[in-house]
Structure formats: structure tokens, C-alpha cells
Design a protein. Structure first.
Length: 293
């Protein structure tokens, strides 16, 4: 990429030429006849602006490089620790007491949570640096949702919650009901994150995953809704909840990366993600994906 180059117009023409020049991308202008000191002062001002912008771009590149190196370097010891802790738990080295096994299980969960956070940060970096490659294929969202729900039902049951999947609104007479062209792994990541969050922030009641379709003159759309009966989200948080590192006010809020990554994934596949929530009455996260991209 070319670095920023400031442009100063020198003109003897009427006002409209100045407007056209500035609209075309010029940074400043001076009219003839001009004072030499004024011209040099304007040049110095633009050079200071260029220096400031160059420094900002340099800091941004350094930050991105730091994030990339940090996430890559952190993964290696975390993976090694996870494998070693698993061996301890399996008594590969020696017999251990039940109390020690419980302690190791806690360490394993903490290590895996940290590894998940690092993986999420790395994925966010890839999307924002435009270094993420999506593997587009025909994806059956009903099948993906069934997998995610089956995987997370035990977690919901531990809290006494009902987790169910509703696909009766899909038009079974239509060709490829619930099918979209997308990256299966990434779409599964989005759904796992949304359902996992719903379980995390719901103490009583249920979580329902609904899949439906809608048709307009422009395109056919597959809609995924994850509705819960949890705490709900404050109106002021709903406008920023998908931004990077934006945490809600709930004490259980995580790093603020999961929903941001979900939005990156959905928008990269020409979709849209929204939230509808009312305090004390739960939340519904809606993902809309085109049937054809």
C-alpha cells in the first residue's frame, strides 16, 4: 500500500474549481497570488499531518503483528499443557487421589477456556486483517443445528434448562430447505457461540433454536433464531454488543470477542446478525443468510 501523500492545490480560478479539487481528494488549497511564507506554512502543516498519519499506520501494523505473534505463541504451551494434564488425569505417570483428579479437571477446563479465547482472538485477527479464507460449500443448517443442540444439551440439562430445535417452518416441499452456500465450520462456530451464550445467561426456562426461510423478489433467505428466557440485554448494550471487546454489564460476560467474531463470520458470507432483547424477558439473536451467495 502507498503511504499517505498530502496534496496542496494552487489555483487562480474561481470557487468551483477549489470545490472540485477538494472533492477529488486534495487536502488544502492556496490562491494566486500567494504569500511565500503562507505557502511554506501550509506545506509544513501538511507534512505534520502526513507524519501523524504515518505514525498511526505504523502503530496499527505493530499492533496487528503483536496480536498475530501473541496468539500463535500462546497456542503452543496451552496445547502442551492440555495434553500433559490429560495424561495426569489418566494416571499415565502414577496413581492420583480423587481429590487431585478433581483439581486437575478444574485446571483442564481453565486451560481449555483460555485456549478457546486465544483461538477466538486469532480468528478475529484473521478476519480483520483480511487473511481469512472461507471454504464455501452447500451447508445444511438444519443438520448443523442438530449437531450443536445435541452437543450442548448436557450443558443445558446441568442448569435445568430445556434446549430444543424447531424446524417445522422450513418448507419441505421446496428444493434444498435450510440450505445455504457457506463455510460449514464457521457457521457451526456461530451457532455454537449463540447457543452457548444463551445457556450461560439463562438460569430458568428454555433456549429454542428456530430455522425458517423467507422469500422476496430479490433473494431467498434462511433465518436462524436463538431465543432464550434469560436476563435480557440493556438497550444501551444492544447497539454495541457486536463490537470488538464490548462486554455486557452482566457479571458473567466474557472477553467481548465471541459476538464480534460471529458478526465477522456472518457478514463475510453476505449475511446479517441482529439481537432483539428486553430486560427480564430474554433475548433472541437472529442470523439471516442468503440461500445463494
Amino acid at each position: 500500500n502507498l503511504s499517505y501523500i498530502p496534496i496542496l492545490l494552487i489555483t487562480a480560478f474561481h470557487e468551483s474549481s477549489v470545490v472540485k479539487g477538494l472533492d477529488a481528494g486534495a487536502d488544502d488549497f492556496i490562491r494566486k497570488p500567494f504569500d511565500t511564507d503562507e505557502l511554506l506554512a501550509r506545506v509544513r502543516s501538511l507534512l505534520r499531518l502526513k507524519h501523524s498519519i504515518d505514525e498511526q499506520e505504523k502503530m496499527l501494523r505493530q499492533r496487528e503483528d503483536f496480536v498475530s505473534r501473541l496468539t500463535h505463541d500462546l497456542r503452543t504451551p496451552l496445547v502442551a499443557a492440555d495434553r500433559m494434564l490429560s495424561l495426569f488425569q489418566q494416571e499415565a505417570f502414577c496413581e492420583i487421589s480423587p481429590t487431585m483428579k478433581q483439581a486437575i479437571a478444574v485446571m483442564i477446563r481453565s486451560n481449555q477456556n483460555l485456549m478457546q479465547m486465544v483461538n477466538t482472538l486469532l480468528e478475529v485477527y484473521r478476519f480483520e486483517a483480511d487473511k481469512k479464507t472461507l471454504n464455501l460449500e452447500k451447508c445444511d443448517l438444519k443438520e448443523i443445528a442438530q449437531e450443536v443442540v445435541s452437543e450442548l444439551i448436557p450443558l443445558a440439562s446441568e442448569k435445568g434448562l430445556t434446549l430444543k430445535l424447531d424446524t417445522h417452518q422450513l418448507n419441505q416441499l421446496e428444493n434444498d430447505p435450510g440450505i445455504t452456500l457457506g463455510d460449514r465450520l464457521e457457521l457451526r462456530r456461530v451457532l455454537s457461540n449463540l447457543v452457548g451464550n444463551a445457556i450461560k445467561f439463562t438460569d430458568t426456562g428454555s433456549i429454542e433454536v428456530r430455522i425458517s426461510e423467507t422469500s422476496t423478489t430479490d433473494q431467498d433467505t434462511v433465518i436462524i433464531e436463538v431465543a432464550d428466557t434469560g436476563y435480557g440485554i440493556a438497550p444501551e448494550d444492544q447497539t454495541t454488543i457486536f463490537e470488538r471487546f464490548r462486554q455486557g454489564k452482566n457479571k458473567r460476560s466474557g472477553s467481548g470477542l465471541g459476538l464480534h467474531l460471529s458478526r465477522c463470520i456472518v457478514e463475510a458470507q453476505n449475511g446479517k446478525i441482529e439481537v432483539f432483547s428486553e430486560r427480564g424477558k430474554g433475548s433472541t439473536f437472529t442470523v439471516q443468510l442468503p440461500k445463494k451467495i
